[in-house]
Design a binder for this molecule. Structure first.
Ligand code: NAD
Length: 317
């Protein structure tokens, strides 16, 4: 059973009418922190939306009902006559539950929709789930999102998509109701892979940023002065905006700044950390890479050649 209240944005419900107006009938599963604003944008932009979330917060439910969405009490009811079904759930176990367990998507007779999982999950889970949907003749895409809840509210998420390239144009307009940057990344699993890579880089650099600002804090140097300074160098701009395009990505690893000098300077920072009583754990784990590289040809090559070194020690072509 699906429940709705008349909200301000109701449109003619005839299937044909939706098609003529290029609007979609969407089922949304998981309307939490991100899912609720994403679903709100879908319905606000004129699409028909059913949602299902057995643990839905009252304020999220009310918000969606007021926009004209319908609350469904089962997946069976949610999928009826839908063109698209979207999941936005905490983790891979939740997504597999919704796909395969009791009252799950694949148990329903109605299979005439495209399935888009927007949760952040392990790429191999995305690939395995897709195999099951494919054998039920349902197209599936993984389309996890980057950026923050305010971007979910504004409809300015970055959405990274993996799945069938030819079918991508069919889902792009729907994804553009939620995101300002909808990027096709490759076959099934590629959206999840890109999302995890993005998060790995930003989550680890969060810690090195925190460690560096802790050194500033202890140093007595003005924090704003330090931040203004750091944002003019590779430290704050990031290697992808500075050193990598000029050097290793340009097939040039002739020394500008040598790895052996980077090793010396990293040791200086770690020693300063010891003096200041700050445990620079990220720096200590980076140290091993620089020390090991210092015993190889990479010693006197440009520091961006660490990209080649890391590929080499991991047996990548
Ligand atoms: P959340 O916990 O706020 O919301 C998840 C929703 O899923 C909840 O409302 C919950 O009741 C519902 N749910 C759980 N199990 C369910 C089930 N079996 N059936 C139906 N609904 C179910 O999580 P969130 O912050 O919205 O995150 C969702 C996904 O988005 C996660 O994979 C997260 O990693 C990713 N993400 C989050 C953010 C963020 O800033 N919060 C940013 C980018 C990506």
């Amino acid at each position: 059973m699906c429940v709705k209240t008349e909200g301000p944005i109701r449109i003619n419900k005839q299937n044909q009418h939706y098609k003529e107006l290029n609007m979609s009938k969407v089922g949304f599963i998981g309307v939490g922190t991100m899912g609720c604003p994403m679903a709100s944008n879908i319905v606000s932009k004129g699409n028909d939306l059913n949602f299902y979330d057995p643990y839905v917060q009252e304020n999220n439910k009310t918000k969606l009902l007021n926009l004209g969405a319908k609350h469904c009490l089962s997946i069976k009811d949610l999928v009826q006559d839908r063109d698209f079904v979207i999941t936005m759930l905490p983790n891979g176990t939740n997504v597999k539950d919704v796909c395969f367990n009791n009252d799950s998507l694949l148990q329903q007779e109605q299979k005439n929709y495209i399935f888009i999982d927007m949760s952040t999950i392990l790429p191999s889970d995305s690939i395995n789930i897709n195999e099951e949907f494919k054998s039920n003749n349902i197209f599936m895409f993984d389309a996890p999102v980057a950026r923050l809840v305010n971007n979910a509210i504004d409809g300015t998420l970055l959405i990274m998509v993996g799945g069938d390239k030819e079918k991508f144009d069919t889902i792009k307009p729907l994804l553009e109701t939620m995101g300002s940057d909808v990027i096709y990344c490759g076959s099934n699993g590629s959206g999840s892979k890109m999302k995890i890579i993005n998060n790995y880089m930003s989550i680890v650099s969060n810690i090195v940023t925190a460690e560096s600002l802790s050194l500033v804090h202890k140093s007595g140097i003005d924090l704003n002065l330090a931040i203004n300074l750091l944002t003019t160098t590779a430290a704050g701009k990031g290697h992808l905006n500075t050193s990598y395009p000029m050097k290793v990505l340009n097939n040039d690893i002739a020394p500008g700044f040598k790895n052996t000098l980077a090793l010396k300077d990293l040791k200086l920072a770690l020693e300063q950390g010891e003096i200041d009583g700050i445990d620079l754990r990220t720096g200590k784990s980076a140290l091993k890479n620089y020390e090991d590289a210092d015993k190889t040809k990479y010693k006197d090559l440009d520091w961006t050649s660490m990209f080649n070194y890391i590929k080499e020690i991991n047996n990548l072509d």
